[in-house]
Design a protein around this ligand. Sequence first.
Ligand code: NAG
Ligand code: NAG
Ligand code: NAG
Ligand code: NAG
Ligand code: NAG
Length: 530
Amino acid sequence: MTFKIFFLLYCVIVLANLISSTPIWDQNVRAYEPKTNVFDLTIKKVGLAPDGFSRILSTINGQYPGPTIEVNKGDRVIINVHNELGEPTAIHSHGIFQRGTPWFDGAIGQTQCGIPDNYIFTYDYTVSDQFGTYWYHSHATTQYVDGIVGALIIHDPDDPYITEYDEEIIVMLTDYHHVESQILLESFFTPASEGEEVFPDNGLINGKNNFNCSQAPPGSTCVDNAGLAKFVFIPKKSYRLRIINTSAFSSFFFSIDKHEMEVIEVEGSYTKRNKIHRLPINVAQRYSVIVTANQPVDNYVMRSEFQKTCMPDEASKLPVITAIVHYDGAPEDSAPKDAPWKDFLEECIDLDHKTLQPLYEEKVPEATKEMELVIAFHNDSLGIVKAFLNESTYVPNIYSPSLLKAFAGQIYDLPPARNAFIFDNFGEVVDISFINTDEGEHPFHIHGHQFWVLGTGNGTIVDKDALNKVNPIKRDTSTIPAKGWMVFRFVADNPGWHLQSGLLMQLIEFPEEIKKMNPPQEWARLCDLT
Ligand SMILES: *[C@@H]1O[C@H](CO)[C@@H](O)[C@H](O)[C@H]1NC(C)=O
Ligand SMILES: *[C@@H]1O[C@H](CO)[C@@H](O)[C@H](O)[C@H]1NC(C)=O
Ligand SMILES: *[C@@H]1O[C@H](CO)[C@@H](O)[C@H](O)[C@H]1NC(C)=O
Ligand SMILES: *[C@@H]1O[C@H](CO)[C@@H](O)[C@H](O)[C@H]1NC(C)=O
Ligand SMILES: *[C@@H]1O[C@H](CO)[C@@H](O)[C@H](O)[C@H]1NC(C)=O
């Protein structure tokens, strides 16, 4: 039996204050003027067939994946969400700190009430001190699994690697289901499922792949050879691939046959160059790698392999997800030869954090507070397998988000099932140790912050003194190994949030300061409408 969290993996919520410390970056002379960028996103259901199998997808502007939101560091981002989905929704900008605007984090039950059907709601935030590769997605129930996802790229005018690549390419990897997630979720949350996760029908790269229609249920509409994503390389040019894993729960190994990759960014942090052949990437993680078109003019396979060890047994049937890297001048329709990299990588864990070195060394502050939390998956009183953090499973109140409670000064009254942890000291440096007793690995994501990964491993933490406090990588999504542990450190100095399946805690920073903040009326009104 596999106990693995379904989607919504991400776990931490940070409701915090505003005491808006001046971003370090603001102290430098700005070489460009920040702009205001407006995006109109219409959320609606549309019949599509990304891999040839027709189904109803929840889309943004009728397309899947949704349009890319691209801005510059320092810019203001205005997202008008037109909800035509037929049910409430909310849009979360994954990895964005939302300093000063916690109400625009987009998580129902934590930072907002849902945007009702047939209603327009505007998110409005500034990415003052952030750059890098992010994504945005619905943060209402499991809607993102049905297609409400898109890339969010923040360009950095001061990018230290800017002269090292000629062009950028976004590569979105996902597992893919032919059945709507609500139906999958219903079958997952029954005693009969015994917590066995639903495994995907296919996987996609930038919303494309082929599917063998003879495996589709009778009566479905399905076309073979729907087509693969194709990336055109100009010989000798270098590309920055921004790889985003938007899976519900599948991890992959990403690679391009015959081409080395150099990791340069992890979730908004530049890294020292790190040459690899195969990149493990877990749900919600992002990496930038530089790839040079230095091979003979030809077609090559880009591949995203499911890490099957951390999936149910039936996953052995799943194909390798492929796309084509087509050199300009190569034959258009000749199938590339298979030449996969053979490097062995252990499955279901992150790229070794020791090999991910921050480009800019940073002195990690000493911890002022330590917390330990035990992750477990087991039956609840109804016999349904749920996730527990120290034996408390998270149950949101979607009609009364915690942030609203904070404004009302009722944050200390939250019931235990909100898994709320309150931080009153500004600048508190918090170490959280997770002990995962489950047989599945779990990606962990924090809202409103990046965290330093001080260590991760099998079993229980043996020696806290051996944790890496010298130049550890700082990121926002990291995998806690099956039957293993992870220790991370963050500074409680901001706002944000996240949800579901019970594996969630809310870090509520500075309730007293929250009360002094002034959320927009439009935001508060959402709770009157639902
Ligand atoms: C498609 O699936 C059928 C049934 O499983 C199998 O017999 C056939 O070989 C598959 N076709 C391809 C091209 O893989
Ligand atoms: C995407 O995330 C899922 C969830 O953990 C993970 O299983 C999968 O390996 C990730 N994909 C890649 C490419 O890492
Ligand atoms: C969670 O449980 C562990 C083990 O029982 C305990 O040591 C720890 O203090 C608990 N954490 C919190 C935040 O209560
Ligand atoms: C959970 O409950 C189901 C059905 O009630 C039972 O078959 C199963 O053994 C239980 N699992 C655990 C881990 O207790
Ligand atoms: C962790 O445990 C797994 C499964 O038992 C094993 O394959 C792996 O080698 C271990 N990793 C380390 C770093 O000890």
